[in-house]
Write a protein that binds this ligand. Structure first.
Ligand code: PGA
Length: 261
């Protein structure tokens, strides 16, 4: 069973799906179904596209929902001539809690590097947002037997010069790239082994105390049908869910992971 010291989080990454009207419909459905016991057990987080965030904030505020929300990316810069970018202070103004940083799709399609990921982590912290840092190996790296080394080096680079008092609060999502959107899911044991390795790395870089606080998620083809065995691993504190989170009924079943087979 997941460590009781850390509240599990189920994070739905919508990617480039759902406009603001669809977001409102989705939230209304979730609000109708979620009960206090769900929120007490598991933090429910959604990561809509930027254009939905204002609408998401409005529904959540009006109905006093306990759902939290994050941005799928954040600019490393404070303001200025950066066409198309969104700053941490803009997100904070919309009461965004999390900034997802370094998702493999951003690393692959937008050429994000370990250095830019580190700069974005610092930008999030500076604006009082919680970084959710995505790390994980590609199939080539896994087949070469370098998954752990690669993933831990991404963790170390993302946290470069980040002070320890911030590290305990943040979230690290282990997402093997070969498992994202493919239907291929890591075994629960693989998810546990990598999560434990990440926690040990944080302990080495900071302290055992900090490492015990960091929440580590698994991501990659998580569904209601496989979430329970992953969540039963002691170092896995939640999941980052793409495709399956687009269906509110399926996301609800994932949030209620202890009830799943
Ligand atoms: P998936 O995506 O659940 O569709 O595999 C996960 C992610 O990219 O965060």
């Amino acid at each position: 069973m997941t460590n009781e010291k850390r509240q599990p989080v189920m994070a739905g990454n919508w990617k480039m799906n759902m406009n603001h009207l669809e977001a409102i419909g989705y939230l209304n459905k979730m609000a109708f179904s979620l009960i206090d016991a769900d929120y007490a057990r598991t933090e429910v987080a959604i990561f809509p596209p930027f254009t939905d965030i204002r609408s998401v904030q409005t529904v959540i505020d009006a109905d006093h929902l306990s759902i939290v929300y994050g941005a799928q990316d954040i600019s490393a810069h404070d303001s200025g001539a950066y066409t198309g970018e969104i700053s941490g202070s803009m997100l904070k103004k919309l009461r965004v809690k999390y900034a997802l940083i370094g998702h493999s799709e951003r690393r692959a399609y937008h050429h994000e590097t370990d250095e830019s990921v580190n700069a974005k982590v610092k930008a999030a912290i500076k604006n009082d947002l919680v970084p959710m840092i995505a790390v994980g190996e590609t199939l080539d790296i896994k087949q070469a037997g370098n998954a752990v080394e690669h993933t831990l080096s991404q963790v170390q680079a993302a946290l470069k010069d980040v002070r320890s008092n911030y590290v305990g609060e943040l979230v690290i999502a282990y997402e093997p790239v070969w498992a994202i959107g493919t239907g291929e899911v890591a075994t629960p044991q693989d998810a546990q082994d990598m999560s434990m390795a990440i926690r040990q790395k944080v302990a080495k870089l900071y302290s055992q105390d900090v490492a015990e606080k960091v929440r580590i998620l698994y991501g990659g083809s998580v569904k209601a049908g496989n979430v329970k065995s992953i969540m039963e691993q002691p170092d896995v504190d939640g999941a980052l869910i793409g495709g399956a989170a687009l269906d509110p009924d399926e996301f609800l079943r994932i949030i209620r992971w202890p009830d799943q087979p």
